[in-house]
Design a protein. Structure first.
Length: 430
């Protein structure tokens, strides 16, 4: 048995026995290193280099802390009430609220993990309160809505793609808006279908006299994406710096404007954020260690050689890329796919005449869908941990949404104008 096969079996076996995925990946990596006669401290080196050398990862705890302050200071509650005002009256309204809030939060974070970990627990508890929705369904919906975050700008994956493909970050950001909204519409369609099928409740109608008050209460939270996007697009701050600004803004609004955040609540938000960051950090650490195994086995080059041996048309190539990235997305960390696998695919895409902005959106959407693709979609494990629901039940409720998002991905793949329409309105000539 090859060392790679042994490590894969170890990863599967340990996960089935209930070991946390992050630890299972670290153990599988150590087994691989031992079987190949390498220094097993390489696993620790990969983790430390990956965590300490990635500036963008700092955005994760900062956005988690920002969301914690928003929750403690009632900003999230005000935002949820505003979203409920917009879509809560529909069948399955709380599910629609979850989706709409994720679209709004997409303007605050470039990380799907930060989106899910930040407001995810609040949304899950809100939906599951009183048994209105199964807890596993609430967790599954929270996972799939989190993938919208890095598709609608700002987006860390798009920045990484722009670096490896020499594409315009500005046009990539513009190109992500319509696909992100399309993903949200697909999710709302599935939620509506599930709501009618399982008779999910309809929220109470909000009286018209309450509309101005709820809008004014939510205005500071709604203003946050404007501040962050204005700062990023204006060249004032990076996405990571924007995360720090988000935390500072959330604290100032909650503590000074609403006067709803005490020192005790601030301390609790710090502790809860640290715990959530530690749990997610272990998952990321395991992925970083296991990525070394994937790279050592030359998996990216095997993929390249496989594609080179086929005589593919442009659409056939994009279909193969979709399949490969969907599989890799549930096994590897997204940044690694962008920095290791995508550079191998870009020359072939260019030779076939694939537009680089269109290709970038297809790549990013694939990677995001991979985060909720069984068996090892990272977001599935995060929301299962946040909700306390069995992972098997979360996966079962995720499948209809997954199929809808793959359908939306196929539409984006075969109709490039959906992606390129907005950039071309701003002068893109590709």
């Amino acid at each position: 048995m090859s060392p790679f096969t042994l490590s894969i079996l170890a990863l599967l076996g340990l996960s089935v026995m209930g070991l946390p995925l992050g630890l299972a990946m670290i153990v599988a990596s150590i087994i691989y290193l031992g079987a190949t006669g390498q220094d097993m401290s390489i696993a620790a080196e990969q983790v430390l280099n990956g965590l300490n050398g990635s500036y963008v990862l700092l955005a994760v705890p900062l956005f988690i802390f920002s969301a914690g302050l928003m929750n403690a200071g009632s900003l999230t509650d005000r935002l949820l009430r505003f979203c409920n005002l917009l879509v809560g009256r529909l069948r399955g309204g709380l599910g629609h609220v979850n989706i709409v809030q994720s679209v709004i939060f997409a303007g605050m974070s470039g990380s799907a993990i930060a989106d899910a970990a930040g407001s995810g627990k609040v949304q899950i508890d809100m939906m599951a309160s009183g048994g209105a929705y199964p807890r596993s369904y609430a967790a599954a919906l929270t996972a799939v809505t989190a993938v919208i975050g890095p598709i609608i700008p700002p987006s860390i994956p798009m920045v990484l793609y722009a670096l490896v493909a020499d594409a315009s970050i500005g046009y990539l950001f513009l190109a992500g808006v319509i696909p992100g909204l399309l993903m949200a519409l697909a999710q709302m369609g599935i939620n509506t279908w599930m709501a009618h099928r399982h008779d999910f409740p309809i929220a109470e109608r909000v009286p018209l006299r309450e509309v101005p008050r709820l809008t004014l209460e939510a205005f500071p939270a709604l203003l946050m994406p404007v501040i962050l996007l204005g700062g990023i697009y204006g060249g004032v701050m990076t996405p990571t710096e924007a995360a720090a600004v988000a935390a500072a803004y959330a604290y100032l609004i909650a503590a000074l404007f609403y006067r709803s955040l005490t020192l005790r609540q601030t301390y609790a938000a710090v502790v809860d954020s640290a715990r959530a960051t530690a749990a997610i950090g272990m998952l990321i650490a395991g992925a970083l260690a296991f990525n070394y195994v994937i790279t050592s086995e030359n998996v990216p080059n095997m993929v390249r050689d496989l594609l080179a041996g086929w005589n593919l048309s442009r659409l056939e190539f994009l279909l193969v890329v979709n399949l490969v990235l969907l599989v890799l997305g549930c096994l590897m960390e997204g940044s690694t796919i962008l920095l290791v696998v995508v550079p191998v695919l870009v020359p072939t895409a260019q030779a076939l005449g694939v537009d680089m902005v269109h290709f970038g959106i297809v790549v990013v959407v694939n990677i995001m869908i991979g985060l909720v693709t069984p068996p090892y979609g990272l977001l599935l494990f995060i929301v299962a941990k946040l909700s306390g629901a069995p992972i098997s039940a979360v996966v079962r409720h995720t499948l209809p949404f997954l199929l809808a998002m793959i359908g939306a991905l196929m539409l984006l793949t075969f109709v490039p104008e959906i992606v390129l329409w907005l950039p071309r309105r701003f002068g893109y000539q590709g």
